[in-house]
Design a protein. Structure first.
Length: 89
């Protein structure tokens, strides 16, 4: 498919669980995992150009866990839209 998934969270344990689930589900192509993880603080929600500029699709979940997370998700959404590609959300 030519895609890769980057799962983000502030919680290292959550990221470890994502990777374990990916391994159990054999999410690989030619021996390369399609899933990677990255620590990202949605509350700060700052654009990280070194990897975000190459993202084709952003999918967010659990964004109403707290008011601070909801506001961070809104900031990230605004930043994605300001980059001019509405199909990325």
């Amino acid at each position: 498919l030519g895609c890769q998934v980057i799962a983000t969270d502030i919680d290292d344990l959550a990221l470890e669980l994502v990777m374990e689930a990916a391994r159990e589900q054999t999410t690989t192509t030619s021996g390369q995992s399609l899933v990677s993880t990255r620590t990202y603080d949605l509350i700060r929600a700052e654009w990280e150009a070194d990897w975000m500029d190459d993202v084709d699709l952003f999918a967010m979940s659990d964004v109403f866990e707290s008011e601070a997370i909801a506001k961070g998700a809104a900031r990230l959404t605004q930043q994605v839209l300001e980059r001019g590609n509405e199909s990325r959300l």
